[in-house]
Design a protein around this ligand. Structure first.
Ligand SMILES: NC(=O)C1=CN([C@@H]2O[C@H](COP(=O)(O)OP(=O)(O)OC[C@H]3O[C@@H](n4cnc5c(N)ncnc54)[C@H](OP(=O)(O)O)[C@@H]3O)[C@@H](O)[C@H]2O)C=CC1
Ligand SMILES: O=C1CO[C@H](CO)[C@@H](O)[C@@H]1O
Length: 315
């Protein structure tokens, strides 16, 4: 079994430096993937109310606890406050819903999924902004949402709180008013969008960057992302007898980010954790740095006119 190193967060909590993503993983597939992942050493699992799979993720975790393979405190479970609940009056309600879905009595890390929110109609009407479903932006200020997130820690419903898809200015606005600092900002981060400026900004403020889409959401039919198929990338992977995906993940860990690759395929779940027996030296890290184009996969374009759209500034 692989033992994943941990990083200490600003509240003293320890978080494994690699997690399992679960977006688009459904029902039995994600239930089986989470069980297998825990069996081989994953301890950090990332889900969200928005993914509609919290119940399957929670069932898998509870089964492994009941079997005695892990204790609850060995698991670092992350879930997120959906944009439809991103307003102060919905925060505790949403957190209780996630706990109910998960079948757990606390969440390790609860993130504001996106700085901008959507009007609430029904828990099932999720957006993205969808005229037919009559979903509209709300104008809640994420700073007010944050104050309610802090109350969840005091109530013992969550151990740590954080943000996701926040830019540096939005992060600073939270830091300027908070009583409890965000421990993590979860953002898109991979070799083509290496986020070095946001990582440095966050490091100076003791906030860890979790890297979503760490593999660039591979699509072999389209040979995407380009870096996984690039000769220089393949040459580096061959040098260390690793796969391009493993090099992509190791690069992120070495620049200080915490990748959360998603897979529901056992061989790939195992491949993505087999990273802790080699180091990339400076010269290869420098080659990998050159792949940074700054292009985003998750542009959230429908939100571009929202006052809290995060991606209009450099970082
Ligand atoms: N906070 C936010 O707004 C967001 C958070 N996230 C979180 O980050 C996680 C990861 O991002 P995600 O968007 O899933 O993208 P990833 O970069 O993790 O790519 C996932 C895709 O890669 C495939 N894959 C996994 N491992 C390998 C491998 N070793 N070689 C080749 N292909 C592989 C998977 O296929 P298969 O499953 O078939 O193996 C899946 O199709 C999400 O699942 C979610 O938990 C993601 C986006 C936004
Ligand atoms: O977490 C998420 C998964 O990716 C989606 C985009 O494809 C995002 O909308 C969402 O925030």
């Amino acid at each position: 079994m692989v033992v994943i190193p941990k990083i200490t967060l600003n509240n003293g909590t320890q978080m494994p430096v690699l997690g399992l993503g679960t977006y688009l993983g459904k029902s039995e597939d994600i239930y089986n993937a989470v069980k297998y992942a825990i069996e081989i050493g994953y301890r950090h699992i990332d889900t969200a109310f928005y993914y509609q799979n919290e119940a399957d993720v929670g069932r898998a975790i509870r089964e492994k606890i009941d079997q005695g393979l892990v204790k609850r405190e060995d698991i670092f479970l992350v879930t997120k406050l959906s944009p439809i609940h991103n307003e102060p009056s919905k925060v505790e309600y949403a957190c209780q819903k996630s706990l109910e879905n998960l079948g757990l009595d606390y969440i390790d890390l609860y993130l504001i999924h996106f700085p901008a929110g959507l009007d609430y109609y029904d828990d099932k009407v999720q957006g993205p902004l969808n005229e037919k479903a009559n979903v509209r932006f709300n104008d809640a200020d994420y700073v007010d949402t944050w104050r309610e997130m802090e109350k969840l820690v005091k109530k013992g419903l969550v151990k740590s709180i954080g943000i996701s898809n926040f830019n540096s200015e939005q992060t600073q606005r939270i830091l300027d008013i908070c009583k409890i600092k965000p421990v993590v900002n979860q953002v898109e981060c991979h070799v083509e969008l290496n986020q070095k400026k946001l990582i440095e900004f966050s490091k100076q403020r003791d906030i860890v960057i979790t890297a979503y889409c760490p593999l660039g959401r591979p699509n072999p039919a389209e040979k995407k992302p380009a870096f996984l198929y690039d000769d220089r990338f393949i040459a580096i992977s061959q040098k260390y007898k690793k796969t391009p995906a493993q090099i992509a993940l190791k690069y992120l860990i070495q620049i200080g980010a915490v990748p959360i690759p998603k897979s529901t395929t056992n061989t790939r779940i195992a491949e993505n954790i087999d990273l802790f027996d080699f180091e990339l030296p400076k010269d290869d890290m420098s080659i990998l740095d050159t792949f940074n184009t700054g292009d985003r996969i998750c542009k959230f374009e429908l939100w571009a006119n929202h006052q809290y759209y995060p991606f209009s500034i450099e970082f």
